[in-house]
Design a protein around this ligand. Sequence first.
Ligand code: NAP
Ligand code: GLV
Length: 320
Amino acid sequence: MKILFYKPESDDARAWVALLARALPSADVRLWTPGDTAPADYAVLWRPPPELFVGREHLRAIFLIGAGVDALLALERRAPGTLPTGVPIVRLEDTGMAEQMIEYAMHAALRYLRRFDEYELAQRASTGAGAAPWQALVPHERESFHVGVLGLGVLGARVARALASLGLPVRGYSRSVKTIEGVTTFAGRDAQPAFLSGLKLLVNLLPSTPDTDGILNRQTFSHLSPGAYLVNLARGAHLVEPDLIDALSNGRLAAATLDVFAQEPLPAEHPFWRMPRVTITPHISALTLPEPAVQQIARKIEALTRGEEIGGIVDLHRGY
Ligand code: NAP
Ligand code: GLV
């Protein structure tokens, strides 16, 4: 069995090849480089150049070393015919990402619940310009701190459950109907206003698709509780950045924590770097952990070889 591996940052690509080779000892695993058109059975990759897929109709599956498939599907949208027809695309399912997302979302929720963001602002304002007032702020009431999680898939469902375990009232939103203990669920576009109504904190864990891009916009913010908080952990394409800037300046939103951006790395001149009520992190809310990722991919390759079904196959029509 021949396996191609590609990822754009080449610093650890050889380590990935070694991990794959160890997990599938009978496979011939190689790093794909431009011009390599030799046969392969599987491709394991992230953000490949279109050239990698030329003449690759015989691949048995394409495995992504991430959860989101938007960048790969965008290649096909930009140039139809780029991806080999009929080859299943398989994404990572959790492999340690849910735990990281839970940590990030809980940290953000508790920071806003207890108003630590405002204490940070007060401390920063005191430097050089006299001491900030020594003043206790009244924390938000837990019972009315309604949290909404957009997306109840592999990651969103776990995050919603974890936030509910803090005693917060949690709602979740998905395309199809879901039942999650301790979470009030809403499904479909018609249910969106009821889901959003009066939320104090909105956490986004949707995939980026033509249906969901731009969902974090002025209209969405208008349904939230005045002075609500936004946490975007999914993709920059979900957020209409000028609408967030307006909502923060007119008080509709109190603050935002953003892990993902329309352009990454976030350009040095971008206003988010200097907005005191915006907290940014460099797309790290859930990193791919190589060892569990390779184990999952290897077990799925073995299952396919035995003719068994596997999870994580992307529905190209839905876009996730
Ligand atoms: P997933 O399992 O595919 O879950 C997606 C969820 O979104 C599902 O509940 C789905 O509903 C819902 N959904 C999709 N389209 C919808 C629509 N139009 N309206 C309402 N709900 C919709 O994905 P996942 O593994 O949880 O990952 C979610 C996203 O997180 C990824 O796509 C990726 O972009 C992002 N991510 C970010 C990082 C980071 O470090 N920042 C890391 C990993 C992943 P159904 O359940 O009804 O299908
Ligand atoms: C990271 O953003 C991923 O989709 O895995």
